[in-house]
Design a protein around this ligand. Structure first.
Ligand code: FUB
Length: 330
């Protein structure tokens, strides 16, 4: 499978269909002199581009709409514009993005535009109560919108073991660390319903998303690295089933879990993608023109440089039980 975009390095693709056209909101990877480490410091991105296409036929062009938001234009940001996502509500478009603030703490910001291709104007402060990385916006059929977020190690989710609020931050847990040991439960990603303005969390605040082991009905163990949540949250709905998907980080899988509510709990259901070339794996799933598509990235175009990634797409399918499968069922 060839990269969709070859004139830039792009990663963490969040794909959405707005008014019949497919839009991709990726990270924009760039070269850096920063030494590689498990904290992800080498992922030092400074702006976002938006891409779009009318068709996923390989002959259809993928249009680069240019830079739509720059770190230097966001007052609260110091560095590292990581994986973004977008949503549309009431004719306005919202770009959600994580970045480090001036204290080095990851927060989540929002920028607003009149078109899916921006330009987007960022709010002067991060979303109150937000933290960690990898926001994924989901607008349900009833119009309610939710923001999922969180990521371990460099993404700092493990710094919030003491509570669900941003004030629970414990800087002593920064770095490539996470809960471990007998009896330790895997940290769940976070979810917050968005207020009507799409720029604040609704009054009930942040919840933890529970991912359960199908064999026990209990939460996944912290040491279950092939299945536990690491980063790259995504939500899609097919019929009445909510599919929460994510990366397992250091074991490099894309996995999913299913449930009957956007808040979960979700029961682990399997893998969507085996490890690709490169350390990170990140994705989105979208229905477009009657077929389901998995957008993801790998490092093939850069010859395996972890922080120089390229967006790809492949079709996925569902079997009769609603399980995600890579081949079309008979
Ligand atoms: O692109 C920077 C980080 O790498 C993302 O936030 C993670 O999901 C991983 O893909």
């Amino acid at each position: 499978m060839a990269p969709l975009i070859t004139h830039l390095y792009t990663a963490d693709p969040s794909a959405h269909v707005f008014e019949g056209r497919l839009y991709i909101y990726p990270s924009h990877d760039r070269e850096t002199d920063i030494a590689f480490n498990d904290n992800g410091d080498q992922y030092d991105m400074a702006d976002y581009h938006v891409f779009s296409t009318s068709s996923l036929d390989p002959s259809a062009p993928v249009v680069d709409h240019g830079v739509v938001l720059r770190a230097e234009d966001i007052p609260w940001v110091s560095k590292q514009l990581w994986a973004p996502d977008a949503a549309c509500k009431n004719g306005l478009y919202y770009l959600y993005f994580p970045a480090r603030d001036h204290a080095g703490v990851f927060r989540i910001g929002v920028a607003v535009g009149n078109s899916p291709t921006g330009p987007f104007a960022a709010d002067p402060d991060p979303i109150p109560g937000s933290y960690s990385i990898d926001p994924a916006a989901f607008v349900d059929a009833d119009g309610e919108a939710y923001l999922y977020f969180g990521g371990l190690w460099g993404g700092q989710l493990q710094c919030y073991q003491g509570g669900l609020g941003a004030d629970a931050f414990d800087g002593g847990w920064q770095g490539a660390r996470e809960p471990t040991g007998p009896g330790a439960v895997a940290m769940g990603p976070r979810v917050a319903r968005l207020a009507g303005d799409m720029r604040n969390f609704a009054g009930e605040g942040v919840r933890e998303v529970e991912i359960l082991a199908p064999e026990t009905g209990e939460r996944l163990a912290a040491d279950d690295h092939p299945r536990r949540f690491f980063e790259a949250a995504w939500m899609h709905r097919r019929g009445d089933t909510y599919y929460f998907s994510y990366s397992t980080g250091d074991t490099h899988y894309l996995c999913y879990a299913t449930g009957s509510s956007p808040y979960g709990p979700f029961t682990y259901a399997g893998r969507i993608l085996e490890p690709v070339l490169g350390w990170t794996t990140h994705h989105s799933i979208v229905e477009f023109q009657g077929r389901w598509w998995l957008f993801h990235h790998d490092c093939e175009l850069s010859g395996g440089v972890n922080h120089l990634r390229s967006v790809k797409v492949k079709e996925i399918f569902y079997d009769a039980d609603g399980k995600i499968v890579s081949e079309k069922p008979e």
